[in-house]
Design a protein around this ligand. Sequence first.
Ligand SMILES: [Zn+2]
Ligand SMILES: [Zn+2]
Length: 196
Amino acid sequence: MIDALFRKSYAESMLITPSQLVDEPLKLDESIAEGTIEYAPDIRQINPLKITGKAELLLEHRGSREVVEDIRLRAHVHGRFEQLCARCLDHVAQTVDTDMDLIFRPSGADGEAGERAITEDETEIGYYESSGLSLEDAVREQVLLTLPGRAICQPDCKGLCPHCGINRNLASCECAEKPIDPRLSVLAGLNVGSKA
Ligand SMILES: [Zn+2]
Ligand SMILES: [Zn+2]
């Protein structure tokens, strides 16, 4: 019910606020369409990203008066992605199939001391703005943590020819056979260009 109302006002972004979680955890069964989240220039989501799990409120008592409203997000994230090979720029299929368990504190709750060390368990701490915790932002971070920083299409990817740019997995060129004088490489590039 709350969820439905909420999504009406935020068609693009799902925001989770402590007030939604006071009575009971919020069940998540979401599907985020491809193109909704921008990950990185070389990462593209290619099917709807499924998020199932829950968000719950954790009250952190600090001293006798201060209560910090933390949001714990536990969810399974599943979706398919394409990354660009770091060597040949070909597409590399990737599947994200991972569990996330993160705690978010209101931004500013930790004052000037900044992000404090995680205490009780290994759960990581993030921060949410006063408007609420953006599910998209949290999921985006999780996907970026899950995918390799540098994808390679195959272990022996030959990459692109630095001289003519040909994909050496697909074709060969003669550039490698003749030693390239760095002073001439610009001209060599021009020659190839004028032939095309
Ligand atoms: Zn490659
Ligand atoms: Zn070449």
